[in-house]
Design a protein around this ligand. Structure first.
Ligand SMILES: [Zn+2]
Length: 420
């Protein structure tokens, strides 16, 4: 009897050890699925490695439109900073050439580091698509680097550690709101010591994460972590304690230009969420059936992630909802493009993505144990939002070209009846 018990116990321990070994191995060697689509080298020309180069290329592309359209405006807005005097939100505004029916706003780098891809898409838009757009009744406002500090320093957040997509609101109540689910997870999410990739906790991170998934469920956990929080200023997904300088700087520009138009359609460019190399259409939840139908028409034939899948989450203080708040009298439509990188719809992919965000944040606030840790954490973080793969980059441009030209062809036909 004793012997049987021993065998069962040993088998159980062996199975457990194998499972732990398997999960840890999978996690530490994790790679998203490779992209099979053929690469077009011409698409790669849009990608640059520094904020300064992206900014220059964007402005160069914009300058090429000078003289082609009436009253074009190319300029920049300085962003207040305590450490960097050279942060600018640049823009190119091509007004509707005859009547001010509708405006299209294309923004990049609300999450700074995602601006490398956003900038590439904006450059492509200016170089390839604008010439075929009917500008009689439609204006274009292309805003480069909403968060120039994060863009320049390869961070998602601002220099105040604020996530601009959790920071935007016309009401201060947002900054007093409490995310109770996050508070419970604070110690798990935000370690307060130097980063060491070889530490026990980091090596076995997936086991800790899986234990949390079993305790709370994936959906609850995702919502609590990602929705935004306003209590832990050194924590991940911190939304700030007041409106960030970038948002304060860009608000009057958007208000003033939108003023003349009846209808606004804003599209915000992001990376990092979803399947590797896939363009996800990820709007804010929308109750208005008419607007929903209009968006579905603009992107007809394409899958829109309306929040009916179980990997869905909502955020507080997002940028595109804020634009709706500051333009209350306008017929406002919005969409977010998310170019997936780490297959975050899989459990392992989402754990990996979260770990990358946590380690980068921890490194910024508490430093790194070794130079090697620092290099690895930063390179993994960059790879999560700006993959080095040529196939990935080429596909982003290919998909954007196709989806943006279709969207604008449809948007130009969308009309809004005059308010009585
Ligand atoms: Zn983003």
């Amino acid at each position: 009897m004793k012997k049987t018990f021993k065998i069962i116990l040993l088998s159980f321990l062996l199975v457990m050890a194998c499972a732990v070994g398997w999960v840890t191995y999978q996690f530490n060697t994790y790679k998203p699925k490779t992209i099979t689509q053929t690469m077009n080298p011409e698409n790669l020309a849009y990608f640059k490695e520094t904020y300064v180069d992206c900014r220059k290329s964007f402005l160069d592309e914009a300058q090429k439109h000078k003289g082609l359209h009436k009253d074009i405006e190319i300029s920049g807005i300085a962003v207040e900073s305590s450490v960097d005097p050279d942060l600018s939100i640049d823009y190119c505004y091509i007004p509707a050439q005859q009547s001010f029916e509708r405006l299209f706003i294309l923004t990049s780098a609300v999450h700074g580091i995602e601006g490398y891809v956003g900038s590439a898409v904006q450059q492509m838009f200016l170089r390839e698509l604008v010439k075929d757009i009917n500008l009689n009744d439609m204006g274009l406002l292309i805003i480069h680097a909403v968060n120039p500090s994060g863009f320049k320093n390869y961070r998602r957040v601002s220099e105040n550690n604020a996530d601009l997509d959790r920071n935007c609101s016309t009401e201060d109540g947002l900054y007093l709101s409490e995310n109770k689910g996050y508070n419970e997870l604070n110690l798990f999410l935000n370690q307060r010591q130097k980063v060491s990739l070889t530490s026990f906790g980091n090596f076995f991170f997936p086991l800790n994460a899986i234990q949390k998934i079993l305790k709370y469920s994936m959906g609850t956990l995702r919502q609590a972590i990602l929705q935004g929080q306003y209590q832990h200023e050194k924590g991940v997904y911190y939304g700030g304690h007041k409106l960030e300088p970038s948002i304060i700087a860009v608000t009057p520009l958007i208000r003033e230009i939108s003023e003349k138009y009846k209808m606004i359609f804003s599209l915000d460019l992001h990376t990092g969420y979803g399947q590797n190399g896939t363009l996800h259409l990820f709007p804010s939840p929308l109750k208005d059936a008419k607007k929903k139908a209009e968006i579905e028409n603009i992107f007809s034939g394409l899958r829109i992630d309306w929040g009916d899948t179980n990997d869905f989450y909502t955020v507080t203080g997002d940028f595109t909802s804020y634009l709706e708040q500051i333009l209350p009298e306008k017929h406002y439509l919005t969409m977010t493009f998310e170019f997936g990188t780490l297959d975050t719809k899989t459990t392992m992919g989402s754990i990996k993505a979260l770990h990358n965000v946590m380690l980068e944040n921890q490194g910024v606030h508490y430093g790194y144990k070794t130079r090697k840790d620092e290099t690895q954490v930063k390179s993994r973080f960059l790879e999560s939002y700006y993959p080095s793969s040529d196939a990935w980059r080429s596909k982003v441009i290919e998909d954007s070209r196709q989806v943006l030209s279709q969207a604008l062809e449809e948007y130009v036909k969308t009309t809004v009846e005059d308010q009585p």
